[in-house]
Design a protein around this ligand. Structure first.
Ligand code: C2E
Ligand code: MG
Ligand code: MG
Length: 843
């Protein structure tokens, strides 16, 4: 190639032409820096055409930029010395700056002398940019890798899956120093079972089955402990599609997993509890009506195998039509109530078999963050059994246990209904109060079991015999009530009473024995719808008592006079209660005297010093006291007063040591447990002996057959208390009781004494009673001796003692002392006066 040194003009030689055609940027400059050749590549690189460039000084064409290691003058000097240069330069041609790789070589003539310099340049600007970007990206990635809180690990594609790199988070997570894990096989940090799984997943990824996977797996720390990591892995390929490495991101989720596990277990436990308790849970979205149910819901709601309803309307389809209103009414109620409040409703579901099932549902609002209700959530249980149980209890409260008939409460309810209907239909309401006669005797002599069975049979016979339109109820004891609310005429009422008597005529067979039952019936017809049910029953009861007083088996039609008597009785009870509380009761004493006139004791007789009515005799309040139980405190008071008085007399007068004190006992007192103990205690309290006390019992008490009474009498005897039979001869004709309960004294009733002087029959009776007593080793006291004549006859008949106005009425102790006993001890016999207590002794 010959290149002539012609400044500013291309030489046009073949070499030059070749050179210029070269796509590489090749330029030739002479030793002074003028361009002699400018290839096509140089045109592209520097932006000047060959015409512009050739002949120009290089410094006009190219600006050296940056801290260029060299400049044109230096390069020209080197060229003059025949030296070459190679390196990268930053320079600008006509327009943009470029980074250029330049190789300068000296250009020699044929003689070897240096003519100039040839520069071959390659534009490296593009390459550097890519490399810079790569480096920057690499650095960015590195920072992410190093500083990420998430563990990152890069795993090689070799068989052992070696860890190529692990970031500090990953190393720290597993207890390693940063960098310590590089080069370790993955098995170092992986639990064997999970490693196997990861390998399989990795292979599946490589096979293109999935782009990445994410699993929770156990990892092993350096100290051998385990943690649960959530690792997400993917594979990085090169341009040829070969696996470069796998990359995994691992997060320690041990705590989350544990927490999740705890929640799961709690849930399971809760589910178990709910399920075994038969409780299901549900939630309704208020916006969509979607219904979410726990698994056991179908079972609780009794839906069988049907798919559980997914929304509210399909749920309602299973609810009993009569109960759907419960739900309709619920929402408004809930909306107006406190949002925290729970509600409970009962409703019926219809099961696939058509049966009803009661459900008890408890629910409450589910509120959003603004406190607005978004759902309702709650529980439900099968309440069928509970309802049945509650129903049974409710029934029991209205049904008499013995007979299965309506009880008092239900009767009052029906009575109320009947009264209300009176207004409308103009019928009569008829109430029969049926009181069985002598039932107590059966009950007490044959036992309660027999008694109950008899009551049951009586109830059943009345109920069946009278038909379903009438109500037959049992009030208690031996009292039944028949209620008829459709009677059109008064005659119908008396017919009904006859029917009841008729139904009871045939004997009842109880425990293999036939029992005849009669009843006293109180009949009441009501036309006044304003009548009070309680008052109606009271009136009917009063009428029945009247009927009973006539001797049983009778019907008494209620009339207002009866009511007056009843009211009076109630008032008396009230008054007596008050009187007892206010110490208005007093004890008077009536002497018991030998027929020779010597005092042998006293009978204590109670009186009521009424503030307005004056001294009230016991006959008008003892029966009420017995019925109400007031006789118990009253009896206690008399016993105490009588014994206190005897004790006081004994202190004052030696003859009182021969006296006994008689106290009347009522059946009610005898039946009261603890009586005997009480008697023992009072006697002891007053320093007396049991034999100083005589308790007066009536024949009916001795006959009662009631176990408690029999036992009490036996115990009293055993204690040493003496017993008298009061009013002897008026009660039972059977004297069997005298064999069973040996007593000390028979008190011959006043009715025999009254005519003993004139009536042969009475005298005969008295004689035989005295004979009987003496035969049995008992003494006799004649009651109500009023005349000397009576006294003389009694004396002739061998009677032992007497009591009566002939000697003295019952008097207060002071009066006894004043009139009977005289001022000084020892004069008791002398001073017998006729008292003026309550009793009116004949003049
Ligand atoms: P009782 O035990 O048969 O008492 C005798 C009654 O006959 C007394 O009536 C007495 O005042 C009266 N009386 C006595 N002598 C004569 C007489 O010559 N002629 C007439 N016509 N009557 C005479 P009183 O005090 O009214 O008592 C009536 C009944 O009340 C008593 O009958 C007794 O069963 C009962 N009673 C009295 N006090 C008590 C008591 O403290 N407890 C109990 N449970 N009952 C009492
Ligand atoms: Mg008496
Ligand atoms: Mg008497």
């Amino acid at each position: 190639m010959s290149v002539t040194n012609v400044r500013g003009t291309p030489d046009g030689s073949v070499a030059d032409q070749l050179l210029r055609a070269v796509l590489e940027s090749i330029i030739v400059i002479d030793l002074e820096g003028f361009v002699t050749s400018w290839s096509t590549g140089a045109e592209a690189l520097y932006g000047w055409s060959a015409d512009q460039a050739v002949g120009s000084h290089i410094d006009r064409l190219v600006t050296w930029l940056g801290d260029a290691p060299t400049d044109s003058s230096m390069l020209l000097e080197m060229a003059a010395r025949g030296e070459g240069w190679e390196g990268e330069l930053e320079l600008r041609g006509r327009d943009e700056a470029r980074t250029v790789h330049v190789r300068m070589s000296p250009l020699r003539g044929e003689d070897g002398s240096v003519l100039g310099s040839v520069g071959v340049a390659t534009d490296v600007s593009r390459r550097t940019y890519v490399e810079q970007q790569l480096a920057a990206s690499e650095a960015r990635f590195r920072r992410v890798f190093d500083e990420s809180p998430v563990g990152m690990v890069i795993i090689g594609p070799d068989a052992d899956l070696h860890i190529q790199d692990a970031n500090p988070a990953f190393s720290t997570m597993l207890g390693y120093e940063p960098g310590e894990l590089a080069g370790q096989p993955l098995a170092t940090v992986s639990a064997p079972e999970d490693l196997q799984r990861e390998v399989e997943l990795g292979l599946a990824m490589v096979a293109g089955k999935m782009p990445y996977y994410s699993i929770e797996r156990a990892l092993v720390r350096k100290d051998g402990s385990k943690l649960i990591g959530r690792s997400t892995a993917s594979i990085i390929y090169d341009e040829q599609g070969e696996v470069l490495y796998g990359i995994g991101m691992v997060e320690d989720v041990t705590e989350q997993v544990a927490a999740r596990e705890t929640i799961r277990r709690q849930r399971e436990r809760l589910d178990l509890v709910l399920e075994s308790a038969g409780v299901c849970t549900w939630e309704v979205d208020l916006g969509t009506d979607a219904l979410e149910l726990s698994d056991n819901a179908a079972e609780v709601f009794g839906m069988g195998d049907e798919p559980p309803p997914a929304d509210l309307s399909s749920f309602y389809a299973h609810v009993h039509p009569d109960d759907q209103h419960v739900f309709r009414e619920l929402l408004p109620v809930m909306r107006s109530a406190d949002p925290d409040e729970r509600y409970t409703i009962d409703f019926r579901m219809i099961t696939p078999s058509g049966a009803h099932r009661w459900i008890r549902q408890v629910g409450a609002w589910v509120l959003d963050e603004h406190g607005e209700p978004v759902a309702i959530r709650g529980t439900a249980v099968d309440a069928t059994e509970r309802r049945a149980h509650e129903q049974r209890i409710a029934d029991q409260a209205l049904i008499d246990e013995v007979t299965g008939l309506p009880n008092r409460a239900l009767l009052l309810d029906r009575l109320q209904v009947g009264l209300r209907h009176l207004e409308e239909d103009g019928h009569l309401l008829v109430v029969l109060f049926v009181d069985l006669d002598r039932f107590k005797v059966i009950n007490e002599s044959l036992g309660h079991r027999v008694g109950d069975e008899l009551l049951r049979q009586v109830g059943a016979r009345l109920d069946q015999g009278l038909g379903p339109e009438l109500t037959v109820a049992r009030l208690g004891a031996d009292e039944f009530v028949v209620l008829a609310d459709e009677v059109s005429h008064v005659d119908g009422a008396s017919e009904l009473a006859k029917q009841v008597h008729h139904l009871l005529q045939a004997p009842f067979d109880v425990a293999g024995r036939a029992h005849h039952v009669s009843a006293s019936i109180g009949l009441l017809t009501i036309v006044d719808p304003e009548a009070e049910p309680e008052a109606v029953l009271r009136d009917a009861d009063a009428a029945a008592s009247r009927a009973k007083a006539r001797g049983g088996g009778h019907v008494e039609v209620f009339d207002p006079a009866i009511r007056t008597a009843v009211v009076a009785r109630l008032e008396l009870e009230e008054e007596l209660r008050r009187g007892l509380a206010e110490d208005e009761l007093v004890v008077h004493h009536q002497p018991v005297v030998t027929l020779e006139g010597r005092i042998v004791g006293f009978e204590a007789l109670v009186r009521w010093e009424h503030p307005t009515r004056g001294l009230v005799p016991p006959g008008s309040f003892i029966p009420v006291a017995e019925q109400t139980g007031l006789v118990l405190p009253l009896g206690r008071f008399v016993l105490d007063g009588a014994l206190r008085q005897l004790a006081r007399w004994r202190v004052e007068r030696p003859e009182a040591y021969d006296w006994t004190i008689a106290v009347n006992l009522s059946g009610r007192q005898l039946a009261e447990p603890g009586l005997v103990e009480e008697v023992r205690e009072v006697i002891a309290r007053h320093g007396l002996a049991p034999a100083d006390l005589r308790l007066e019992l009536t024949e009916s008490m001795l006959m009662s057959g009631q176990h408690e009474i029999g036992e009490a009498i036996g115990d009293l005897r055993e204690l040493g208390v003496r017993l008298s039979v009061d009013d002897f001869g008026t009660g039972y004709s059977s004297l069997v009781y005298l064999r069973r309960f040996p007593v000390d004294v028979l008190k011959l009733d006043r009715q025999f004494v009254q005519d003993v002087a004139h009536d042969q029959v009475d005298r005969a009776i008295v004689r035989s009673m005295i004979g009987l007593a003496h035969e049995l080793g008992m003494q006799t006291v004649a009651e109500g001796v009023e005349t000397l004549h009576q006294l003389e006859v009694l004396r002739s008949l061998g009677c032992d003692a007497g009591q009566g106005f002939y000697w003295s009425a019952a008097l207060p102790a002071e009066a006894i002392e004043q009139h009977l006993l005289g001022p000084s001890p020892g004069s008791a016999q002398a001073a017998i006066v006729r008292g003026t207590s309550l009793d009116q002794p004949p003049s």
